[in-house]
Design a binder for this molecule. Structure first.
Ligand code: GLN
Length: 180
């Protein structure tokens, strides 16, 4: 979270780290960070944030989900835990650890539409396996098995397979903040 916060501040946003449901008020946008999607989903449920956040997203809150955050936004989770839920706001199916496990984490340049090449850090990253026509794909990556989207958007909801906060390049955060 600290890394996302400093990136967002660098591109001019006022940032709060959301830990309680009240803090969801008055947000223009929310970053759902990486980590472990099952744990984040569990915490969203036990903290009671889930229903309020669901409503805020429905009412137009912008969200950028990175890595585990992307999994939480997906329509379908492949290789998820049997009870794993998601907000179902990005029309895609994503495979957990689809680029391999920890040992297969890697960094590569990703060519983002309208931006250029940005460094992409993939850590047990989710792979988008199928996606709908109305999903805007801003970047693809070919990991030897054909092109898969790694940065996508549908209206106010953005998803990113990699970790844009773990580099020194703030352009993905700028894209998101400029669109708020
Ligand atoms: N593999 C993790 C999950 O399933 C995501 C990894 C990450 O966020 N770096 O939640």
């Amino acid at each position: 979270m600290r890394e996302h916060t400093s990136m967002l501040e660098r591109v001019g946003a006022d940032v709060v780290a959301v830990r309680s449901v009240e803090q969801l008020d008055d947000l223009d946008g929310l970053v759902m960070p990486g980590g472990e999607s099952t744990t984040i989903a569990y915490l969203l449920t036990t903290s009671d944030i889930r229903p309020t956040l669901e409503k805020k997203i429905e009412d137009g809150l912008s969200v950028l989900g990175t890595c585990a955050g992307l999994i939480l936004l997906a329509h379908e989770i492949l290789d998820g835990r049997s009870d794993q839920w998601s907000f179902d706001v990005l029309p895609l199916a994503v495979r957990r650890n689809g680029y391999g496990r920890q040992i297969s984490s890697f960094e590569t340049l990703v060519n983002v539409k309208g931006v250029g090449e940005v460094p992409g850090v993939f850590i047990r990253a989710p792979k988008i396996e199928t996606w709908s026509e109305d999903l805007e794909v801003l970047a693809f990556h070919d990991h030897g098995d054909g092109e898969h989207p790694v940065l996508v958007r549908r209206e106010r909801i953005w998803g990113c397979s990699f970790h844009p906060e773990l580099t020194n390049d703030e352009r993905i955060h700028r894209l998101f903040v400029d669109a708020l």
